[in-house]
Design a protein around this ligand. Structure first.
Ligand code: NDP
Length: 263
């Protein structure tokens, strides 16, 4: 199947590890040039080299914080300088939280709002003009199953990811006139290095069976009874970025092994 991704420029936030890195490799394999964004410069450069070694495409990166207006502006300027604009934007940078509504300070709410909602808004504002000039584009927002089915211990994550899903819907309505398709994806459990680190920490005092912890979590929550690999999730992202998904606009797709408990 020709995905129509050859020569496109894809900007991926949080592209240095996990789902973002897997999507970067998936898009590069289809011939797209890649621009990666994350904060940790050393890890980002390792990812940039890794993607560049995996396909014959141009791969550039900028270390910056997309939870700030300055970081988003720097990313947009660097994309303009390196590639003259973008065709695809994947808003993927994000992270889980752990708090109660009664105890979390306003500053924590503000940080996650900036990271999950304002980053997507600011980067879209910066990159949509070049997408428009290039004849259209794709924006994909990586939310979470928690946007619809909350985990009790992370209210701020649940709320800001739900806001990102609504942002996607409203972006889609506003941008489709310029042939820019916007969609959101709600993944379930995806076995990224961060999950492995968390599982190791949580089992350190009880024998260190982190794999058993991961297996049990999956069996308790997802009918498929396992985590996804970043690569199998990435395939779905690549499809939605491709010309083959030309009628997908303003939708939210669950990729969760059956974890969502409603229709
Ligand atoms: P990881 O923790 O593995 O990676 C997060 C990426 O985002 C890293 O590249 C990190 O790099 C970057 N990042 C974080 N904060 C910022 C920031 N302020 N500015 C720029 N970059 C930033 O995450 P996953 O791959 O697991 O998750 C990716 C996305 O998918 C997240 O939005 C997450 O909420 C969502 N998701 C994940 C699920 C899972 O089970 N893994 C399930 C559902 C949704 P650095 O720290 O160097 O900045």
């Amino acid at each position: 199947m020709d995905m129509g991704l050859g020569g496109k420029v894809a900007v991926i936030t949080g592209g240095s590890i996990g789902i973002g890195l897997a999507v970067a490799k998936g898009l590069a394999a289809e011939g797209a040039h890649i621009f990666l964004v994350a904060r940790d410069a050393a890890r980002l450069e390792a990812a940039r080299a890794d993607v560049a070694a995996s396909a014959k495409v141009r791969v550039a990166a900028l270390a910056c914080d997309v939870a700030t207006a300055e970081g988003c502006a720097a990313a947009v300027a660097a994309v303009e300088k390196e590639f003259g604009g973008a065709d695809i934007l994947l808003n993927n940078a994000g992270t889980g939280s752990n708090e109660t509504i009664m105890e979390a300070p306003d500053s924590k709410w503000q940080y996650y709002w900036d990271l999950h909602v304002m980053a997507a808004t600011r980067l879209a504002r910066g990159l949509v003009p070049s997408m428009k000039a290039r004849g259209g584009g794709v924006i994909l927002n990586n939310a979470s199953i928690c946007a619809a089915q909350p985990l009790w211990y992370e209210p701020i994550y649940n709320v800001t990811k739900a806001a990102l899903v609504m942002l996607s819907k409203t972006m889609a309505t506003e941008f489709i006139k310029d042939n820019i398709r916007v969609n959101a994806i709600n993944p379930g459990f995806v076995l990224t290095p961060d999950w492995i680190k968390t599982a190791k920490q949580l089992t350190a005092d009880s024998g260190g069976d982190w794999k058993g912890y991961i297996d049990n979590l999956a069996k308790e929550n997802a009918p498929i009874a396992r985590f996804a690999s970043p690569e199998e999730i990435a395939d779905f992202f690549v499809f939605l970025c491709s010309a083959r998904a030309s009628y997908s606009v303003g939708s939210t797709y669950f990729v969760d092994g059956g974890m969502l408990k409603t229709v």
